[in-house]
Design a protein around this ligand. Sequence first.
Ligand code: AMP
Ligand code: ZN
Length: 137
Amino acid sequence: MADCIFCKIAAGEIPSTTLYEDADVRVIFDIAPASLGHAVILPKTHAANVFELPDETLQKAALVAKKVGAAMVEAFHSDGLNVLQNNGEAAGQTVFHYHVHLIPRYHDDGVGITWKQGSADGALLKEKADLIARLVK
Ligand code: AMP
Ligand code: ZN
C-alpha cells in the first residue's frame, strides 16, 4: 500500500535494523521500545489487521514469533517474552499494517501490559458463547 510505513520498511525501502528476514516477513526493532529488545514482525504484504491477513501469513507470523522470540530471549537474557498484537484503535493499534509485537520482559521491568480484573456476567457470556459457536462454523 502506497502510504504505509510498514509496507515500506518490510520492503526495505526505508532502512531498519533487521533481526530476521525471509520471503514473507521482516522483523525489526521497535522505534519506541517498551523494553530492551522490543521488536515487531512485519508481513511483506499489506493487511490492516488479523482479520484481513491470509491464513498462511498468520501461520508464518506465529512460527516466526516462536523462532525469533526464542533467539531474542537468549540474546537479551530476558526472563520472559510477550507476544501480542493489536487490532483496531480501541485495542491500541496505531499502525494499520498487521504486526506482532515481541516484547522481552525482565523481572520488575515496570512494563505496563496488564489490566484491572473485572467480574464476569455468566448468563450473558453463555448467550454470547452460543452465538459465537454458531458464527464460527
Ligand atoms: P501498535 O500500537 O500495535 O499499532 O504498534 C505500533 C508500533 O510500531 C509501536 O510500538 C511503534 O513504536 C512502532 N513503530 C512506529 N513507527 C515505527 C518505525 N518507523 N519503525 C519501527 N517501529 C515503529
Ligand atoms: Zn502496509
